[in-house]
Design a protein around this ligand. Structure first.
Ligand SMILES: [Zn+2]
Length: 280
């Protein structure tokens, strides 16, 4: 199966039962996150889900994250293939600022496997000042990659697949990336620097945010304004009502409005220009 032009939804393993609701439409697919990701892939396949499925182990995130020089697991690759993943992702560690050793270690290991996607979780300087080196190194190894960009200043979109992103996933697709994944909740839309402070608004289950197409951003449900939404979940009701809705309803709204935006992107004759005008 092809990942081309897909806007995937990155979810937790516990979201497996909501998978079809969140990624049932054409052009979509799922990324299950965490070390049981392959089990969720298997479950989704068994339940008849036929879209693209990936598993991101995410060893690169959190306070116990591993460095990019860590040995990649062959078992993790095999588990994904056996579970029915569309393409296996490496269980890469984090590639810090100027950490060329980690970048090379990850790519060097990844090229030994056939049709494996090398996950490159990078410090934001890699997509800014060090961008030419990053692009050249990736081209030299010639293996497919997926970037995870740690939180930092806005950067010029790259034509490379993205995991665990927010709106930059759409920007990447508009700039020639083969596919990209938008996280279903805040923690899956970011790679936080470590150690990081948890800012206000966090609560059990994670802060819920609704995507507001006019603003092109995710807004915490408590701060939604008066606008209405005509997606098939909201049906013309005010967005603000999502503040008291279940998380699945907020996420279903998100999936629908993002799907619509994604469709517009795919239909545009010049994607980069379309994106530029949209964000102007
Ligand atoms: Zn809606």
């Amino acid at each position: 199966m092809d990942l081309r032009d897909r806007l995937l939804v990155q979810v937790s393993v516990r979201d497996v039962y909501d998978a079809v609701t969140l990624a049932g439409h054409p052009g979509s697919g799922l990324v299950f996150t965490g070390q049981a990701g392959h089990d969720a892939v298997r479950m989704a396949r068994r339940s008849g889900y036929d879209g693209p499925l990936l598993a991101d182990r995410r060893r690169y995130a959190g306070s116990a994250r591993v460095r990019g020089t860590a040995r990649l697991s062959a078992d993790w690759i095999a588990d994904q293939v056996e579970a029915g993943a569309t393409a296996p992702l490496t269980d890469s560690g984090y590639i810090g600022k100027g950490d060329h050793e980690s970048l090379h270690a990850t790519l060097e290991q990844a090229v030994q496997w056939d049709s494996v996607i090398a996950v490159l979780p990078v410090h934001p300087r890699w997509v800014a000042e060090d961008r030419p080196v990053l692009l050249r190194t990736i081209a030299d190894y010639g293996t497919p990659v997926a970037l995870v960009v740690e939180d930092g200043p806005p950067y010029r979109p790259l034509p490379l697949p993205l995991l665990s992103a927010g709106v930059p996933a759409l920007a990447a697709l508009a700039h020639g990336a083969e596919w990209a994944a938008i996280g279903v909740r805040e923690v899956l839309r970011h790679l936080y620097p470590e150690p990081h402070e948890i800012r206000g608004g966090w609560r059990r289950g994670g802060a819920r945010s609704a995507f507001v197409p006019e603003r092109l951003e995710f807004v915490p449900v408590e701060r939604l304004s008066d606008g209405t939404c005509d997606c098939s979940t909201c049906r013309g009701r005010p967005l603000r009502r999502l503040a008291s809705a279940e998380e699945i309803e907020v996420n279903t709204h998100n999936a629908k409005v993002l799907h619509r935006l994604h469709n517009r992107l795919l239909r545009s004759t010049h994607r980069e220009r379309w994106w530029r005008e949209l964000t102007a």
